[in-house]
Design a binder for this molecule. Structure first.
Ligand code: NCD
Length: 330
């Protein structure tokens, strides 16, 4: 793997390998000394042109736990706000010796351009591009599902992938890079996905995605016996250019598409409730669903560090041993 730009860059074995390495990384994070020497001397640049809390800090934590040097570069306060182009920014980072660039950008395709325009030799990781993709979010979601559904009581005899797992993804699919990357990765891993949204919040061409599509959340929850329900944020900031009008009112949206206590009670006992964050509590998810025992929302954030450690390790360290045993010489 040279770059991670799309969830579709991974085939089944590649995706399972990332999840397995992430498990090894998570095991090292339960030790008293969490830092591994694996990426000592390497430089990871976090290049964030869009706001982020979880993704940026978890890439930073992941790189630091692997002993890489980390440069955080956010568009605000940099020359980007003076109009510097992506190309000039990339050339600057190249001159600083970046081995990996983790990029978030409001333009779909920006990470592809960075990876393939020949401006730099760094490995590029897509940390969210416009409404397009967010592959490491899909990996941490798959990791979270695999962990939970392997545990007793789910009724699944899960192997290393997610074969046969049923997932409902509900909300603003139109603006969600998380939804697209999840559909691609979950399909690769053998899961069955149903997207639920009002017709106004589904992208053109969703009929060609490897999943089912529904407009009826109650039917998807009761009929499908899902193992996981992922709620998506209503992305108000991406609705401004069109003047809104995607749904009649917030109240109407949560009545039809919000995950609340009543709907959570329709789920099989082992089913988990997910959200990539940040949440609009009371809109796409109620506070009691978000804070319930079946919610994995906080855990997803923690799993993000292990998964991003795995991705950086696989991109930058290839075959070197990932996790030396404590006291071992390396
Ligand atoms: C998501 C994103 O930025 O695409 N959040 C995240 O990475 N944790 C989803 C969102 O912003 O709604």
């Amino acid at each position: 793997m040279r770059h991670l730009l799309s969830a579709a860059d991974l085939d089944r074995d590649g995706a399972v390998h990332v999840l397995d390495v992430a498990e090894q990384m998570a095991a090292t994070q339960r030790r008293e000394i969490k830092k591994l020497p694996t990426l000592r001397g390497r430089t990871v640049v976090n290049l964030f042109f869009e706001d982020s809390t979880r993704t940026r800090t978890s890439f930073e934590a992941a790189a630091k736990r692997l002993s890489a040097d980390v440069i955080n570069f956010s568009a605000k306060g940099s020359s980007v706000s003076k109009g510097e182009s992506l190309k000039d920014t990339a050339l600057t980072l190249e001159a600083m010796g970046a081995d990996a660039v983790v990029v978030r950008h409001s333009a779909s395709g920006a990470p592809h351009r960075l990876a393939h325009a020949g401006w730099s030799r760094s490995a590029v990781v897509n940390a969210g591009d416009g409404t397009h993709e967010h592959p490491t979010q899909a990996l941490l979601d798959a990791y979270t599902m695999r962990r939970h559904l392997r545990a007793a009581g789910s009724g699944h005899a899960l192997g290393r992938d997610l074969h046969g797992v049923r997932v409902v993804i509900v909300g603003d699919v139109l603006h969600s890079r998380v939804a697209r990357s999840n559909v691609l990765l979950l399909h690769t891993l053998g899961a069955h996905v149903t997207l639920v949204a009002p017709p106004t919040l589904l992208p053109v061409g969703v009929g060609t995605w490897p999943c089912e599509v529904s407009h009826d959340l109650d039917a998807a929850l009761t009929g499908g016996a899902p193992d996981a329900v992922m709620t998506l944020r209503v992305q108000a900031e991406r609705m401004t250019t069109t003047g809104g009008g995607f749904f009649p009112s917030a109240r109407e949206y949560s009545r039809r598409y919000g995950l609340d206590r009543r709907r959570a009670a329709l789920l099989p006992e082992h089913a988990i409730v997910m959200h990539p964050g940040p949440m609009n509590r009371g809109l796409e998810i109620s506070a009691d669903a978000a804070d319930s025992a079946r919610s994995t929302i906080v855990e997803q954030v923690g799993n993000g560090v292990a998964v991003r450690m795995a991705v950086l390790y696989l991109l930058l360290a290839g075959g070197e041993p990932a996790a030396p045993t404590p006291g071992g010489d390396s």
